[in-house]
Design a protein around this ligand. Structure first.
Ligand code: SF4
Length: 341
């Protein structure tokens, strides 16, 4: 697929005081993209659309260039200690995506230009924990790889972490646009993960993202560039024929990665879950979705802030976990499964 190009761009005036802000302004002017000003990246007004649905779609192709003021990083579990804030929002249309609820009425894509402030904060966290390793997750609130061909912020972050002794970076993507990252000096400190799933899940629930084949081609490039490689299987979803569907996934994955050194490859396994507010939003935005959000088939798990999640009942969850671990052991002996959640 073609790399993401925004239809509309907003700038916070303060962003233009930073080299990246200036560079982006020039870039978007040269691309003849409509540019507006916004006083705050948290309050963007005037995204076109005659109804909620159109506004939502247009917001997903709107880019807002701003300054990150909250420098305290969120803690990120289970894959890292901190979430490093490079961007918020995503142009993808995955029906199950949790950003739909966490970003609420602000589904537009924000990128931050004060990278030096963000790196200084990351350095502070690394120093506090040294000599323990500190891991940063760059894809908690966006699919950063899918946007990075525009900003190169991720590339700079990879190189920043590459220079540190105790810092590590990780992120996950469903996009194939990795070429500019291949020559980044990562020093082996960034784990590049791809999100993969059964054919059924990708086809029905992941519009607006790269195909499975394209993701795998990108994974090969990344592995050949010496990055530690990983896969996240998420959300693991019990569709009709899921056992064959996931078998095919791992079989295909192993086949496509022939010849690649997989001795340090990792897998992360996340079962499908949803909250009540998420269900309401998903059904409004993707009314024809086939995503099964029937609470009666799930187990309620209490969560933070009183918003519990619906996960698979214990028996189903166990079947999912055992099956995935079995396939991974079969096709990727020696790979590390970091967690199932
Ligand atoms: S690619 Fe990731 S962040 Fe983007 S919509 Fe899909 S799940 Fe959400």
């Amino acid at each position: 697929m073609k790399p993401f190009i925004p239809q509309l761009v907003y700038f916070e005036p303060e962003a233009l005081h930073y080299p990246l802000g200036k560079e982006l302004k020039e870039k978007f002017e040269n691309m003849n993209i409509e540019i507006h000003e916004t006083t705050s990246h948290n309050q963007v007004r005037g995204i076109p659309g005659e109804n909620e649905w159109q506004k939502y779609r247009n917001a997903k192709s709107t880019l807002v260039v701003g300054v990150r003021r909250t420098l305290k990083f969120d803690t990120s579990k289970p894959s890292a200690e901190y979430a490093i804030p490079l961007a918020t929002g995503c142009m993808g249309h995955c029906h199950y995506c949790y950003l739909q609820t966490t970003l609420g009425s602000k589904p537009y894509i924000r990128v931050y230009v004060n990278l030096d402030d963000i790196f200084a904060q990351a350095q502070k966290y690394i120093s506090e924990r040294a000599p323990e390793i500190t891991r940063f997750e760059a894809a908690c609130t966006s699919d950063i790889v899918g946007i990075d061909h525009l900003t190169h912020s991720l590339k700079k972050t990879i190189e920043f972490i590459g220079e540190t002794e105790y810092g590590r970076l990780r992120f996950v993507t469903k996009y194939e646009h990795v070429d500019h990252l291949l020559d980044a000096k990562h020093n082996g400190k960034t784990r590049f993960r791809f999100s993969v799933n059964s054919r059924y899940v990708i086809k029905n629930f992941e519009p607006g993202t790269s195909s499975f084949e394209a993701r795998l081609q990108a994974a090969r490039k990344v592995a050949n560039a010496g990055y530690p490689l990983g896969f996240i299987v998420a959300p693991i979803y019990m569709h009709d024929g899921w056992e064959e569907g996931y078998f095919e996934l791992f079989q295909h994955l192993a086949h496509q990665l022939k010849g690649i050194d997989l001795s340090t490859v990792t897998f992360e396994l996340i079962q499908h879950r949803f909250t009540k507010p998420a269900k309401a939003v998903i059904q409004k935005r993707y009314p024809k979705t086939k995503l099964d959000l029937d609470e009666n088939k799930r187990k309620y798990k209490w969560g933070r802030y009183g918003i519990g999640k619906y996960v698979y009942p214990d028996d189903d969850a166990m079947r999912l976990e055992i099956t995935m671990r079995h396939y991974i052991a079969q096709f990727f002996p020696g790979a590390e499964v970091q967690y199932f959640t």
